[in-house]
Design a protein around this ligand. Structure first.
Ligand code: ADP
Length: 489
Protein backbone atom coordinates (compact mmCIF):
# COMPACT_ATOMS: atom_id res chain seq x y z
CA UNK A 1 0.00 0.00 0.00
CA UNK A 2 1.32 3.44 -0.97
CA UNK A 3 0.86 6.29 1.50
CA UNK A 4 2.02 9.90 1.20
CA UNK A 5 2.22 12.05 4.31
CA UNK A 6 1.84 15.75 3.63
CA UNK A 7 2.75 17.96 6.56
CA UNK A 8 4.35 21.23 7.57
CA UNK A 9 6.45 19.61 10.33
CA UNK A 10 8.50 16.45 10.64
CA UNK A 11 10.97 15.79 13.46
CA UNK A 12 13.93 16.05 13.54
CA UNK A 13 13.92 18.33 10.46
CA UNK A 14 11.27 20.85 11.52
CA UNK A 15 9.16 20.81 14.63
CA UNK A 16 7.21 23.23 16.77
CA UNK A 17 5.09 20.66 18.60
CA UNK A 18 3.41 17.28 18.64
CA UNK A 19 2.58 17.34 14.90
CA UNK A 20 6.30 17.19 14.12
CA UNK A 21 6.79 14.25 16.45
CA UNK A 22 3.96 12.28 14.82
CA UNK A 23 5.12 12.87 11.26
CA UNK A 24 8.69 11.97 12.22
CA UNK A 25 7.69 8.66 13.80
CA UNK A 26 4.44 7.21 12.45
CA UNK A 27 5.71 6.72 8.87
CA UNK A 28 8.56 4.58 10.22
CA UNK A 29 6.15 2.36 12.13
CA UNK A 30 3.95 2.00 9.02
CA UNK A 31 7.00 1.17 6.94
CA UNK A 32 7.79 -1.59 9.43
CA UNK A 33 4.34 -3.02 8.65
CA UNK A 34 5.39 -3.31 5.00
CA UNK A 35 3.82 -0.15 3.59
CA UNK A 36 5.43 2.11 0.98
CA UNK A 37 5.25 5.32 3.02
CA UNK A 38 6.78 8.62 1.99
CA UNK A 39 6.74 12.14 3.40
CA UNK A 40 6.76 15.55 1.76
CA UNK A 41 7.90 18.64 3.68
CA UNK A 42 9.00 22.19 2.85
CA UNK A 43 12.77 22.73 2.87
CA UNK A 44 12.87 25.31 5.64
CA UNK A 45 15.86 27.42 6.57
CA UNK A 46 17.97 25.56 9.09
CA UNK A 47 17.39 22.07 7.68
CA UNK A 48 20.79 20.53 7.09
CA UNK A 49 21.19 20.05 3.34
CA UNK A 50 24.21 17.81 3.65
CA UNK A 51 23.08 14.28 3.23
CA UNK A 52 20.07 15.23 1.13
CA UNK A 53 20.15 14.22 -2.54
CA UNK A 54 19.22 16.77 -5.12
CA UNK A 55 16.65 15.32 -7.50
CA UNK A 56 16.98 16.27 -11.12
CA UNK A 57 14.75 18.85 -12.71
CA UNK A 58 12.29 21.28 -11.18
CA UNK A 59 8.71 20.77 -10.16
CA UNK A 60 6.09 23.10 -11.63
CA UNK A 61 3.22 23.83 -9.26
CA UNK A 62 0.03 25.51 -10.52
CA UNK A 63 -0.67 28.61 -8.44
CA UNK A 64 -3.20 31.39 -8.89
CA UNK A 65 -0.65 33.61 -10.67
CA UNK A 66 0.77 30.88 -12.91
CA UNK A 67 3.38 28.21 -12.27
CA UNK A 68 5.66 28.28 -9.21
CA UNK A 69 8.83 26.25 -9.64
CA UNK A 70 10.68 24.45 -6.91
CA UNK A 71 13.69 22.21 -6.54
CA UNK A 72 13.43 18.80 -4.92
CA UNK A 73 15.73 17.19 -2.42
CA UNK A 74 15.37 13.77 -0.94
CA UNK A 75 16.51 12.18 2.30
CA UNK A 76 15.36 9.43 4.62
CA UNK A 77 13.72 9.63 8.01
CA UNK A 78 16.63 9.00 10.40
CA UNK A 79 17.08 5.34 11.25
CA UNK A 80 14.80 4.15 8.44
CA UNK A 81 14.36 3.76 4.69
CA UNK A 82 11.33 6.06 4.60
CA UNK A 83 11.87 8.61 1.81
CA UNK A 84 11.27 12.25 2.62
CA UNK A 85 10.98 14.78 -0.19
CA UNK A 86 11.81 18.41 0.48
CA UNK A 87 10.29 21.21 -1.55
CA UNK A 88 12.97 23.81 -2.15
CA UNK A 89 11.39 27.20 -2.67
CA UNK A 90 13.52 29.97 -1.19
CA UNK A 91 10.90 32.70 -1.24
CA UNK A 92 8.31 30.64 0.64
CA UNK A 93 10.40 28.65 3.06
CA UNK A 94 13.85 30.18 3.55
CA UNK A 95 12.70 32.20 6.55
CA UNK A 96 13.60 32.34 10.24
CA UNK A 97 10.32 30.73 11.39
CA UNK A 98 7.97 28.01 10.15
CA UNK A 99 4.77 30.05 10.41
CA UNK A 100 5.87 33.48 11.58
CA UNK A 101 7.58 35.22 14.53
CA UNK A 102 6.24 34.20 17.98
CA UNK A 103 2.59 35.12 18.24
CA UNK A 104 2.42 36.25 14.61
CA UNK A 105 1.74 34.67 11.23
CA UNK A 106 3.45 35.48 7.92
CA UNK A 107 1.11 37.48 5.67
CA UNK A 108 1.40 34.96 2.87
CA UNK A 109 0.80 31.75 4.87
CA UNK A 110 -2.23 30.90 2.75
CA UNK A 111 -0.06 31.07 -0.37
CA UNK A 112 2.85 29.19 1.26
CA UNK A 113 0.73 26.25 2.36
CA UNK A 114 -1.39 26.25 -0.77
CA UNK A 115 1.95 25.70 -2.43
CA UNK A 116 2.82 22.80 -0.09
CA UNK A 117 -0.52 21.04 -0.68
CA UNK A 118 -0.56 21.53 -4.41
CA UNK A 119 3.14 20.63 -4.79
CA UNK A 120 2.59 17.36 -2.92
CA UNK A 121 0.11 16.31 -5.62
CA UNK A 122 2.35 17.42 -8.47
CA UNK A 123 5.23 15.53 -6.88
CA UNK A 124 3.29 12.25 -7.03
CA UNK A 125 2.51 12.76 -10.68
CA UNK A 126 6.10 13.74 -11.50
CA UNK A 127 7.39 10.60 -9.75
CA UNK A 128 4.77 8.44 -11.45
CA UNK A 129 3.93 7.21 -7.96
CA UNK A 130 0.21 7.38 -7.27
CA UNK A 131 -0.52 6.84 -3.56
CA UNK A 132 -3.47 4.75 -2.44
CA UNK A 133 -3.93 7.21 0.42
CA UNK A 134 -2.83 10.81 0.90
CA UNK A 135 -2.56 11.60 4.58
CA UNK A 136 -2.92 15.33 5.32
CA UNK A 137 -2.20 16.81 8.74
CA UNK A 138 -3.62 20.02 10.20
CA UNK A 139 -4.58 23.14 8.27
CA UNK A 140 -1.27 23.58 6.46
CA UNK A 141 -2.10 20.55 4.29
CA UNK A 142 -5.91 20.73 4.59
CA UNK A 143 -6.28 21.63 0.92
CA UNK A 144 -5.01 18.20 -0.15
CA UNK A 145 -8.37 16.41 0.32
CA UNK A 146 -10.12 19.40 -1.26
CA UNK A 147 -7.92 19.27 -4.37
CA UNK A 148 -8.41 15.51 -4.78
CA UNK A 149 -12.14 16.13 -5.21
CA UNK A 150 -11.87 19.30 -7.28
CA UNK A 151 -8.86 20.15 -9.45
CA UNK A 152 -7.83 16.47 -9.57
CA UNK A 153 -11.28 15.36 -10.66
CA UNK A 154 -10.91 12.63 -13.30
CA UNK A 155 -7.13 12.98 -13.03
CA UNK A 156 -4.70 10.22 -11.95
CA UNK A 157 -4.92 11.15 -8.26
CA UNK A 158 -8.68 11.16 -8.12
CA UNK A 159 -8.75 7.50 -7.13
CA UNK A 160 -6.54 8.18 -4.11
CA UNK A 161 -8.32 8.21 -0.78
CA UNK A 162 -7.53 10.94 1.71
CA UNK A 163 -7.18 11.07 5.45
CA UNK A 164 -7.32 14.32 7.34
CA UNK A 165 -5.78 14.20 10.82
CA UNK A 166 -6.48 16.83 13.42
CA UNK A 167 -3.51 17.36 15.71
CA UNK A 168 -4.91 20.51 17.28
CA UNK A 169 -8.30 21.88 16.30
CA UNK A 170 -7.54 25.34 17.61
CA UNK A 171 -5.38 26.09 14.54
CA UNK A 172 -7.78 25.92 11.58
CA UNK A 173 -6.24 28.04 8.84
CA UNK A 174 -8.68 30.92 8.83
CA UNK A 175 -8.35 33.67 6.19
CA UNK A 176 -10.30 36.47 4.55
CA UNK A 177 -12.98 35.00 2.29
CA UNK A 178 -11.79 37.20 -0.56
CA UNK A 179 -8.47 35.34 -0.50
CA UNK A 180 -9.92 32.12 -1.90
CA UNK A 181 -8.44 32.69 -5.38
CA UNK A 182 -4.99 32.25 -3.79
CA UNK A 183 -5.86 28.55 -3.38
CA UNK A 184 -6.66 28.22 -7.05
CA UNK A 185 -10.25 27.33 -6.18
CA UNK A 186 -13.23 29.30 -7.38
CA UNK A 187 -15.71 31.21 -5.25
CA UNK A 188 -18.23 28.41 -5.79
CA UNK A 189 -16.31 26.48 -3.10
CA UNK A 190 -16.88 29.25 -0.60
CA UNK A 191 -20.14 27.73 0.59
CA UNK A 192 -21.31 26.63 4.01
CA UNK A 193 -20.50 22.96 3.32
CA UNK A 194 -16.96 23.40 2.09
CA UNK A 195 -14.70 26.35 2.85
CA UNK A 196 -16.89 29.12 4.20
CA UNK A 197 -17.34 29.35 7.95
CA UNK A 198 -19.17 32.32 9.49
CA UNK A 199 -17.95 34.65 6.82
CA UNK A 200 -14.36 33.42 6.76
CA UNK A 201 -12.32 31.09 4.56
CA UNK A 202 -11.60 28.04 6.77
CA UNK A 203 -9.24 25.42 5.33
CA UNK A 204 -9.90 22.85 8.05
CA UNK A 205 -13.61 22.94 7.30
CA UNK A 206 -12.86 22.13 3.67
CA UNK A 207 -10.82 19.10 4.71
CA UNK A 208 -13.51 17.91 7.12
CA UNK A 209 -15.96 17.94 4.24
CA UNK A 210 -13.77 16.44 1.53
CA UNK A 211 -11.49 13.89 3.24
CA UNK A 212 -12.47 10.25 2.83
CA UNK A 213 -11.97 9.61 6.55
CA UNK A 214 -10.99 11.77 9.50
CA UNK A 215 -8.84 11.13 12.51
CA UNK A 216 -7.50 12.79 15.57
CA UNK A 217 -4.86 11.86 18.06
CA UNK A 218 -6.83 10.33 20.94
CA UNK A 219 -10.25 8.68 21.42
CA UNK A 220 -11.35 11.18 24.08
CA UNK A 221 -10.39 14.21 21.96
CA UNK A 222 -12.35 12.65 19.07
CA UNK A 223 -15.45 12.72 21.28
CA UNK A 224 -14.72 16.11 22.86
CA UNK A 225 -14.32 18.00 19.57
CA UNK A 226 -17.89 17.07 18.68
CA UNK A 227 -19.07 19.23 21.58
CA UNK A 228 -19.47 22.99 21.79
CA UNK A 229 -16.91 23.26 24.58
CA UNK A 230 -14.05 21.73 22.56
CA UNK A 231 -15.14 21.97 18.93
CA UNK A 232 -13.68 25.44 18.32
CA UNK A 233 -16.72 26.28 16.21
CA UNK A 234 -16.45 23.15 14.05
CA UNK A 235 -18.26 20.74 16.40
CA UNK A 236 -21.38 20.74 14.22
CA UNK A 237 -19.34 19.86 11.13
CA UNK A 238 -17.58 17.09 13.06
CA UNK A 239 -20.85 15.70 14.40
CA UNK A 240 -22.09 15.36 10.82
CA UNK A 241 -19.13 13.09 10.12
CA UNK A 242 -19.12 11.39 13.49
CA UNK A 243 -19.08 7.90 11.97
CA UNK A 244 -16.02 8.74 9.86
CA UNK A 245 -13.93 10.19 12.69
CA UNK A 246 -11.45 7.96 14.54
CA UNK A 247 -9.33 8.68 17.59
CA UNK A 248 -5.93 6.99 17.62
CA UNK A 249 -3.62 7.74 20.53
CA UNK A 250 -0.14 8.83 19.46
CA UNK A 251 2.86 6.73 20.29
CA UNK A 252 6.24 7.98 21.40
CA UNK A 253 9.69 7.51 19.95
CA UNK A 254 10.78 4.77 22.31
CA UNK A 255 14.45 5.01 21.32
CA UNK A 256 14.71 8.79 21.79
CA UNK A 257 12.81 8.58 25.08
CA UNK A 258 14.25 5.62 26.95
CA UNK A 259 15.67 6.10 30.45
CA UNK A 260 17.68 2.90 30.04
CA UNK A 261 19.77 4.33 27.18
CA UNK A 262 19.24 8.12 27.21
CA UNK A 263 22.73 9.65 26.81
CA UNK A 264 21.54 13.04 28.11
CA UNK A 265 21.00 11.76 31.65
CA UNK A 266 23.38 11.81 34.61
CA UNK A 267 22.56 8.09 35.09
CA UNK A 268 20.40 5.55 33.34
CA UNK A 269 17.71 3.37 34.88
CA UNK A 270 14.85 1.02 34.17
CA UNK A 271 11.77 -0.33 35.95
CA UNK A 272 13.80 -3.04 37.72
CA UNK A 273 16.36 -0.66 39.17
CA UNK A 274 15.43 2.97 39.77
CA UNK A 275 18.62 3.96 41.58
CA UNK A 276 19.73 5.93 38.51
CA UNK A 277 16.59 8.06 38.79
CA UNK A 278 17.70 9.28 42.21
CA UNK A 279 21.00 10.41 40.67
CA UNK A 280 19.07 12.22 37.93
CA UNK A 281 16.99 13.98 40.57
CA UNK A 282 20.00 15.36 42.43
CA UNK A 283 21.58 16.38 39.11
CA UNK A 284 18.40 18.23 38.17
CA UNK A 285 18.24 19.99 41.54
CA UNK A 286 21.85 21.10 41.04
CA UNK A 287 21.18 22.24 37.45
CA UNK A 288 18.18 24.24 38.69
CA UNK A 289 20.08 25.79 41.60
CA UNK A 290 17.70 24.18 44.10
CA UNK A 291 18.77 22.56 47.40
CA UNK A 292 19.94 18.99 46.76
CA UNK A 293 17.38 17.21 48.89
CA UNK A 294 16.42 13.69 47.80
CA UNK A 295 13.54 13.47 50.25
CA UNK A 296 11.59 16.46 48.97
CA UNK A 297 9.12 15.84 46.13
CA UNK A 298 10.16 17.47 42.85
CA UNK A 299 7.42 18.54 40.43
CA UNK A 300 8.04 19.56 36.82
CA UNK A 301 6.36 21.12 33.84
CA UNK A 302 7.72 21.26 30.27
CA UNK A 303 5.70 22.76 27.48
CA UNK A 304 4.21 25.75 25.82
CA UNK A 305 3.25 28.33 28.43
CA UNK A 306 -0.16 29.09 27.02
CA UNK A 307 -3.77 28.88 28.09
CA UNK A 308 -4.21 25.49 26.37
CA UNK A 309 -1.67 23.99 28.75
CA UNK A 310 -3.24 25.63 31.81
CA UNK A 311 -0.01 27.56 32.45
CA UNK A 312 -2.08 30.49 33.75
CA UNK A 313 -3.90 28.17 36.17
CA UNK A 314 -0.60 26.83 37.44
CA UNK A 315 0.74 30.36 37.88
CA UNK A 316 -2.36 31.23 39.94
CA UNK A 317 -2.01 28.05 42.03
CA UNK A 318 1.73 28.37 42.65
CA UNK A 319 1.60 30.78 45.61
CA UNK A 320 -0.46 28.18 47.51
CA UNK A 321 1.64 25.25 46.30
CA UNK A 322 4.98 26.93 47.05
CA UNK A 323 4.01 27.29 50.69
CA UNK A 324 4.57 23.52 50.99
CA UNK A 325 7.90 21.75 51.34
CA UNK A 326 8.40 20.79 47.70
CA UNK A 327 10.32 21.86 44.61
CA UNK A 328 9.08 22.86 41.16
CA UNK A 329 11.08 23.14 37.93
CA UNK A 330 9.58 24.50 34.75
CA UNK A 331 10.82 24.74 31.15
CA UNK A 332 8.83 26.47 28.46
CA UNK A 333 8.09 29.40 26.25
CA UNK A 334 4.83 31.03 25.29
CA UNK A 335 2.58 33.84 26.36
CA UNK A 336 4.88 36.73 27.44
CA UNK A 337 2.61 37.66 30.36
CA UNK A 338 2.67 34.10 31.72
CA UNK A 339 6.44 33.92 31.16
CA UNK A 340 6.94 37.15 33.16
CA UNK A 341 4.62 36.03 35.94
CA UNK A 342 6.38 32.66 36.33
CA UNK A 343 9.85 34.26 36.19
CA UNK A 344 8.80 36.68 38.90
CA UNK A 345 7.41 33.85 41.08
CA UNK A 346 10.66 31.92 40.65
CA UNK A 347 12.62 34.99 41.77
CA UNK A 348 10.47 35.22 44.89
CA UNK A 349 10.89 31.50 45.78
CA UNK A 350 14.49 30.74 44.80
CA UNK A 351 14.81 27.76 47.16
CA UNK A 352 11.71 26.03 45.75
CA UNK A 353 10.97 27.09 42.22
CA UNK A 354 13.18 27.33 39.11
CA UNK A 355 11.76 28.57 35.80
CA UNK A 356 13.70 28.28 32.54
CA UNK A 357 12.16 30.29 29.73
CA UNK A 358 13.41 28.67 26.53
CA UNK A 359 13.29 25.56 24.37
CA UNK A 360 15.86 22.90 25.21
CA UNK A 361 15.30 19.30 24.21
CA UNK A 362 18.16 17.80 26.26
CA UNK A 363 17.00 19.63 29.36
CA UNK A 364 13.45 18.35 28.76
CA UNK A 365 14.88 14.81 28.94
CA UNK A 366 16.79 15.59 32.14
CA UNK A 367 13.64 17.04 33.69
CA UNK A 368 11.56 13.98 32.77
CA UNK A 369 14.18 11.76 34.39
CA UNK A 370 14.87 13.86 37.48
CA UNK A 371 11.35 14.84 38.54
CA UNK A 372 9.01 12.83 40.75
CA UNK A 373 5.75 14.27 39.38
CA UNK A 374 4.91 15.89 36.06
CA UNK A 375 2.24 18.60 35.74
CA UNK A 376 -0.13 18.88 32.78
CA UNK A 377 -3.18 20.90 33.86
CA UNK A 378 -4.38 21.31 30.25
CA UNK A 379 -7.64 23.03 29.27
CA UNK A 380 -7.68 20.73 26.29
CA UNK A 381 -5.09 18.25 25.05
CA UNK A 382 -5.47 16.46 21.70
CA UNK A 383 -3.00 13.76 22.76
CA UNK A 384 -0.08 15.21 24.69
CA UNK A 385 3.33 13.63 24.57
CA UNK A 386 4.91 14.77 27.78
CA UNK A 387 2.66 12.62 29.96
CA UNK A 388 3.68 9.60 27.86
CA UNK A 389 7.37 10.48 28.27
CA UNK A 390 6.74 10.96 31.99
CA UNK A 391 5.15 7.53 32.36
CA UNK A 392 8.10 5.97 30.57
CA UNK A 393 10.54 7.80 32.85
CA UNK A 394 8.65 6.74 35.98
CA UNK A 395 7.59 10.34 36.69
CA UNK A 396 3.98 10.25 37.80
CA UNK A 397 1.75 12.62 35.81
CA UNK A 398 -0.67 15.01 37.50
CA UNK A 399 -3.11 15.84 34.71
CA UNK A 400 -6.44 17.31 33.92
CA UNK A 401 -8.56 14.42 32.63
CA UNK A 402 -9.07 15.70 29.09
CA UNK A 403 -8.24 14.40 25.60
CA UNK A 404 -5.21 12.14 25.40
CA UNK A 405 -4.42 12.77 29.06
CA UNK A 406 -7.65 10.99 30.01
CA UNK A 407 -6.76 8.12 27.63
CA UNK A 408 -3.25 7.56 28.94
CA UNK A 409 -3.19 8.32 32.68
CA UNK A 410 -5.09 5.95 34.97
CA UNK A 411 -6.38 7.53 38.16
CA UNK A 412 -4.66 6.50 41.38
CA UNK A 413 -6.88 4.47 43.69
CA UNK A 414 -5.61 4.81 47.24
CA UNK A 415 -7.51 1.75 48.47
CA UNK A 416 -5.92 -0.65 45.96
CA UNK A 417 -2.80 1.30 44.98
CA UNK A 418 -3.78 0.92 41.30
CA UNK A 419 -3.25 3.68 38.74
CA UNK A 420 -0.45 5.54 36.99
CA UNK A 421 -1.07 9.14 38.00
CA UNK A 422 -3.32 11.77 39.52
CA UNK A 423 -6.24 13.29 37.63
CA UNK A 424 -8.43 16.32 38.19
CA UNK A 425 -11.62 17.12 36.29
CA UNK A 426 -12.41 20.70 37.14
CA UNK A 427 -9.65 23.08 36.12
CA UNK A 428 -9.06 25.93 38.55
CA UNK A 429 -6.18 26.90 40.85
CA UNK A 430 -7.73 25.31 43.94
CA UNK A 431 -8.52 21.93 42.37
CA UNK A 432 -5.02 21.85 40.88
CA UNK A 433 -3.45 22.63 44.25
CA UNK A 434 -5.70 20.06 45.93
CA UNK A 435 -4.67 17.35 43.46
CA UNK A 436 -1.00 18.21 43.92
CA UNK A 437 -1.62 18.04 47.68
CA UNK A 438 -3.11 14.56 47.22
CA UNK A 439 -0.04 13.44 45.24
CA UNK A 440 2.28 14.82 47.93
CA UNK A 441 0.31 13.10 50.70
CA UNK A 442 0.64 9.83 48.77
CA UNK A 443 4.39 10.42 48.39
CA UNK A 444 4.83 10.88 52.14
CA UNK A 445 2.27 8.41 53.50
CA UNK A 446 2.19 5.59 50.92
CA UNK A 447 5.67 5.32 49.42
CA UNK A 448 5.05 1.69 48.40
CA UNK A 449 2.10 2.82 46.29
CA UNK A 450 4.27 5.45 44.61
CA UNK A 451 6.99 2.90 43.90
CA UNK A 452 4.50 0.42 42.43
CA UNK A 453 2.85 3.12 40.33
CA UNK A 454 6.22 4.11 38.91
CA UNK A 455 7.00 0.58 37.83
CA UNK A 456 3.51 0.20 36.37
CA UNK A 457 3.85 3.49 34.49
CA UNK A 458 7.19 2.45 33.03
CA UNK A 459 5.73 -0.83 31.77
CA UNK A 460 2.98 0.81 29.65
CA UNK A 461 3.12 0.29 25.90
CA UNK A 462 2.86 3.59 24.04
CA UNK A 463 4.81 2.40 21.04
CA UNK A 464 4.07 3.57 17.53
CA UNK A 465 3.65 -0.08 16.50
CA UNK A 466 0.33 -0.15 18.34
CA UNK A 467 -0.88 3.09 16.74
CA UNK A 468 0.39 2.07 13.29
CA UNK A 469 -1.85 -1.01 13.26
CA UNK A 470 -4.87 1.26 13.85
CA UNK A 471 -3.78 3.64 11.08
CA UNK A 472 -3.38 0.74 8.68
CA UNK A 473 -6.94 -0.38 9.41
CA UNK A 474 -8.12 3.19 8.70
CA UNK A 475 -6.20 3.34 5.39
CA UNK A 476 -7.81 0.07 4.29
CA UNK A 477 -11.26 1.41 5.17
CA UNK A 478 -10.57 4.69 3.34
CA UNK A 479 -9.34 2.84 0.27
CA UNK A 480 -12.47 0.74 0.15
CA UNK A 481 -14.68 3.79 0.61
CA UNK A 482 -12.95 5.61 -2.23
CA UNK A 483 -12.70 2.73 -4.71
CA UNK A 484 -15.81 0.77 -3.82
CA UNK A 485 -13.87 -2.44 -3.31
CA UNK A 486 -11.38 -3.73 -0.74
CA UNK A 487 -7.62 -3.28 -1.15
CA UNK A 488 -6.20 -6.38 -2.80
CA UNK A 489 -2.51 -5.51 -2.74
P1 ADP B 1 1.99 20.45 21.95
O1 ADP B 1 2.20 19.75 20.65
O2 ADP B 1 0.58 20.87 22.21
O3 ADP B 1 2.96 21.56 22.19
P2 ADP B 1 2.80 17.91 23.14
O4 ADP B 1 2.92 17.47 24.57
O5 ADP B 1 1.97 17.06 22.24
O6 ADP B 1 2.29 19.41 23.15
O7 ADP B 1 4.24 17.98 22.49
C1 ADP B 1 5.16 18.94 22.86
C2 ADP B 1 6.54 18.49 22.46
O8 ADP B 1 7.42 19.60 22.48
C3 ADP B 1 7.12 17.47 23.40
O9 ADP B 1 8.03 16.67 22.70
C4 ADP B 1 7.84 18.39 24.43
O10 ADP B 1 8.85 17.75 25.14
C5 ADP B 1 8.38 19.44 23.53
N1 ADP B 1 8.57 20.74 24.20
C6 ADP B 1 7.63 21.68 24.42
N2 ADP B 1 8.17 22.78 25.00
C7 ADP B 1 9.47 22.50 25.15
C8 ADP B 1 10.59 23.26 25.69
N3 ADP B 1 10.44 24.49 26.18
N4 ADP B 1 11.81 22.67 25.66
C9 ADP B 1 11.96 21.42 25.16
N5 ADP B 1 10.97 20.67 24.65
C10 ADP B 1 9.73 21.20 24.63
Amino acid sequence: MKILFVASECAPFAKTGGLGDVVGALPKALHALGMDVRVVLPLYAGIDWNGLDRLEGTLGVPMSFGTAWCGLRMGRLPGSDVPIYFLEHRHYFDRPHLYGPPGEAYDDNLERFTFLSRAALELCKALGWIPDVLHANDWQSALVPVYLNTVEWAQPLHGSASIYSIHNLSYQGVFEPGAIPVTGLGFEHLNAHELEHFGTLNLTKGALYHATLLSTVSPTYAREIQTGAYGAGLDGVLRERSGDLRGILNGIDATEWDPATDPRLAARYDARDLSGKAICKVALQREAGLPERPEVPLLALVGRLVGQKGADVLAAALPRILAWDLQVVLLGTGDPDIERHLTWLAGAHRDRFAAWIGFDDARAHRIEAGADFFLMPSRFEPCGLNQLYSLRYGTLPIVRATGGLADSVVQYDQTTGEGTGFRLDDLNPDSLADTIGWALATWHQRPTHVAAMRRRAMAQDFSWARAAADYRAMYLAAYERRRGHPYRG
